[in-house]
Design a protein around this ligand. Structure first.
Ligand code: APR
Length: 174
């Protein structure tokens, strides 16, 4: 089995050990995938999030998953795109790396990610996809406790951007 898979789907249906939520720094819910995850998990998720005291951009905090079919939700606020000169690339890589570190710490073997920051936060899609793929592959090379990471793309445009980013990385390392 490939250790990095890219699919189109709805992350709230994923039965991986953990799913990652593209949150905001309050961790109190929102729209997009954040809203979908909170709706599917139920109100207990928000109740647990209220106890966390927020989360800085690029860092990650885990909660239980309640009514979701996974075991944990790992919440990470990605960076808001401000033109590319405010450490956005570095902070996006941190969101992926710190979420994976949380998953490892929780003993997760499988993790699903949405396309962090490329919705409401307007991070350019192809640039985000390259950062995501490179950061995930780098982590998987150093951490064999994670068996499989799945990028769950909500639409076909996002799917092809991540497939292209993976193909570009594979060509570079061929
Ligand atoms: N499953 C998988 N991906 C989804 C789902 C879903 N159910 N719903 C939306 N997405 C996708 C979007 O299509 C987009 O590709 O998640 C990606 C991230 O978009 P957003 O959810 O807008 O997240 P982001 O750009 O990181 O902005 C975060 O939005 O929802 C608020 O509270 C959140 O303030 C925070 C901000």
């Amino acid at each position: 089995m490939e250790r990095l898979q890219i699919i189109q789907g709805d992350i709230t249906k994923c039965q991986t050990d953990a799913i990652v939520n593209a949150a905001n720094t309050s961790l109190l819910g929102g729209g997009g995938v954040d809203g979908a995850i909170h709706r599917a998990a139920g109100s207990e998720l928000l109740a647990e999030c209220r106890t966390l005291g927020g989360c800085p951009t690029g860092e990650a905090k885990a909660t239980k998953a309640y009514r979701l079919p996974c075991r944990y939700v790992i919440h990470t606020p990605g960076p808001i795109w401000r033109g590319g000169k405010a450490e956005e690339d570095r902070l996006l890589a941190c969101s992926y790396r710190n979420s994976l570190a949380q998953a490892s710490a929780l003993g997760c073997k499988t993790v699903a990610f949405p396309s962090i920051s490329t919705g409401v936060y307007h991070f350019p899609l192809h640039r985000a996809a390259r950062i995501a793929i490179d950061t995930i592959l780098e982590y998987l090379q150093a951490h064999h406790e994670i068996a499989c990471v799945t990028m769950v793309c909500f639409d076909s445009v996002t799917l092809s951007a991540y497939q292209q980013a993976l193909a570009e990385t594979e060509q570079k390392h061929a």
